[in-house]
Design a protein around this ligand. Structure first.
Ligand code: SF4
Length: 328
């Protein structure tokens, strides 16, 4: 407000009126996505360009988040990976407490104590705030005893048990079960990121993620509560979820960090080998006739819907530009 005149440019008359009218007509639509009615006319080449662009954008955004976190962790890739993996293990509902848990308990402590039986479980359950009561079963009582020792040794403060959500969840997804699987993954592969990064074949990574919770959980979903017997293995959808949301973005971020094009290409190749996700966004695209054969395409379509269609950024979208230029 200092009286300086702000330069302006008059665009009216410098572009054909039909472009403006087409744009207004397109973004004014109230369908699930603005171009829903024109989608059937989008040719394969345009789809392919759009999918490729969205996928690169998604991986690039995710890599930027990873690289920022990495800087705060003094470029410790395994620690950074461990924190993201923990977040992923929360499968949205418990992502925040899982991440808080990992941040409160550095991976180096788990690695140092990992040789002692049940050390990783006692540290994780203890830091999760889930050992703060009296138990009847010997397994949680033992975990509690070990945790008290580690708590003193490392001056640990647990997170609040109330942070965990159990309501309206299938028991197999209870945080008690997920923590047991996470503990087993860390115990059996404390350098999971390095192994995944150096693997040339997706088939070599899958068995590393296929872990089973400790035997106690075969007939429990909660401490002290007996249930019917069923092994608590990581299901294939959970494994694919971890591949898509943690392993692939980390390999891609590593490729950016080191300037390795082959790492970035490998991340993309892995995505195209994983089946497409099944969620409400993907089902909707599928209902509209979009062919979604793999996770590379499903990730691109999630990016398109969440960051472009939902924000009506049709002007900067390859499909949007084509429609605006051709709508009559
Ligand atoms: S952003 Fe692109 S795909 Fe999404 S509604 Fe607009 S034109 Fe359609």
């Amino acid at each position: 407000m200092n009286g300086t005149q702000i330069p302006t440019v008059q665009l009216r008359g410098r572009y054909p009126d039909y472009l403006w009218n087409n744009f207004i007509q397109l973004i004014g639509r109230q369908d699930w996505i603005a171009c829903q009615q024109q989608l059937k006319d989008v040719d394969e080449e345009l789809w392919s360009t759009t999918i490729q662009r969205m996928l690169m954008e998604r991986l690039h955004h995710r890599s930027q988040y990873i690289l920022i976190s990495l800087e705060g962790l003094k470029n410790d890739w395994e620690e950074c990976f461990y924190q993201y993996l923990a977040h992923n293990f929360g499968f949205q509902v418990n992502s925040m407490p899982f991440e808080m848990l990992a941040r409160s308990l550095p991976l180096k402590i788990l690695r140092r104590e990992g040789a002692n039986p049940h050390a990783i479980e006692s540290l994780l359950y203890g830091q999760a705030g889930l050992l703060e009561k009296d138990f009847n079963d010997s397994y949680p009582t033992e975990l509690q005893m070990h945790y008290r020792h580690f708590q003193k040794k490392y001056s640990l403060t647990p997170i609040a048990a109330s942070a965990w959500k159990f309501m309206r969840m299938r028991p197999v997804n209870f945080p008690t079960i997920r923590i047991a699987q996470f503990a087993e993954m860390i115990r059996s592969h404390p350098s999971l990121f390095s192994i995944a990064r150096d693997s040339e074949d997706l088939e070599n990574i899958l068995p590393l993620l296929s872990v089973q919770a400790n035997g106690y959980w075969s007939d429990h979903y909660l401490f002290d509560k007996l249930s019917t017997r069923s092994e608590k293995n990581m299901g294939i959808h959970s494994i694919e979820n971890i591949l898509i949301n943690t392993i692939v973005p980390f390999i891609y971020a590593w490729g950016i960090f080191t300037g390795s094009e082959s790492a970035r290409e490998k991340a993309l190749e892995f995505l195209f080998q994983i089946p497409a996700e099944d969620n409400s966004i993907i089902r909707k695209w599928s209902e509209m006739g979009v062919n979604i054969g793999n996770a590379g395409t499903s990730q691109a379509l999630i990016q398109l819907k969440q960051l472009h269609c939902a924000e009506k950024k049709c002007l900067s979208c390859t499909i949007g530009s084509r429609i605006i230029n051709t709508l009559s």
